[in-house]
Design a protein around this ligand. Sequence first.
Ligand code: S3P
Length: 442
Amino acid sequence: MPGFAVIKKKISPYNKKIFVDGDKSISIRWALLASQAIGRSIASNLPNSEDINSTIDCLKKLGIKIIKKNNVCEIFGNGLNGFNYKKNITINAGNSGTCGRLILGLLVASKKKIKLEGDKSLSSRDFSRVTSPLERFGAKFFPINRKNLPISILGSNFTRPINYLENIGSAQCKSSIMLAALNAPGKTIIKAKKSRNHTELLFKNLKIPMKIKKDKNYDFIEIEGKKNFKSFDYKIPGDISSSSFFIVLTLISKNSQLTIKNVNVNSTRIGSINILNKMGAGIKIINKKKYKGEIIGDIFVKSKKKLKSINCPSSLNSSAIDEFLIIFLVASKAKGISYFKKISELNKKESPRLKIASKILNKMGIKTKLRSDSIKIYGNPNLKLSKKILIKNFMKDHRVFMMSVIAALSFGGEWKIYNKSCINTSFPSFIKIAKKLGAKIN
Ligand code: S3P
């Protein structure tokens, strides 16, 4: 496959039903927890993406037996901390912050030193947000005070539970600590700003002793450690973050409609739908059902000629954190000035997304006012492009690539977008699905 995508034509109207690849957050959590369960767990519809494969490779290196064929995966867990590995091993989380940060949580009681490394993008991200609290469980990190990968962890024989305040609204930090709590005797107490709650729902499903209280802004989670749990199967639902690219494509293109079947629509994940509906999108979630505490549904969306700007409430930030790039395209087409605030976290993702998105919008002729933690987007409902646009040097960030493809298919112009293979990080079927809807991508 060539290294870039060329798009010279807007997409023609369509009316289709699609499935997207399985949810990345749930898949990684399933694999990590299955590795700690007693017995054989099976998941179906596990995406064949690099983030998931990195997670599986890390666990295999730690001595867990795993058999993966296509989208079905079997993991043979040996109970809590039941890893079995040689001295001085290195595990590689690739591009995945979720894999890297969560797996460190599972290693607080590891007996031998383990080195964790990642790709260039992951190695530029802050790991002290998890290593600092994990040190308090008794784990040691080398080199001392290092914030970035590669980092080595040596677990403790005498782990102790901690009290932890998670104040960013990061599900990765919260989940890393929750996983560490499994290996600490006694009660770990977490006060966490609202963020996606898949780990909590899995813990509940596995009957891991846990109490949760909630107020408006925080969840109070109490976990009793050192309790083994049994293996468990999972049918991974579709990923709302992957869906969002096609939701927006449909919304801002002409005369199209789309149903995305069997998507996880957990309320902590559908911030993008709430934001887009406030902008007049009229997206519907139908056929809702409950599965292991999660809500699964079909998403229905139609093209909209009129969309309005938004002063986006920051309370929705965490539940839309991976969807802002694509929401910004809707803001570009909406009438008025949209304002997104307190979103500095976006610059701490696979690439500095807020800065990069602003540059892409500017290339499209959209005015922006960028600050370190906010952006104003001056929408143009008549936006039509005919110029050449080149997108490169975005740290191979999968979501930047997909945002650019959707912009090209909806606004026109002649686009050359580099690093096509980065879709394999989270959404390998992205181009195939776009083509199924009628996109011409070379
Ligand atoms: C994720 C949490 C989010 C998100 C990431 C996946 C998770 O990161 O951006 O893609 O599965 O827990 P933060 O928790 O750092 O915000």
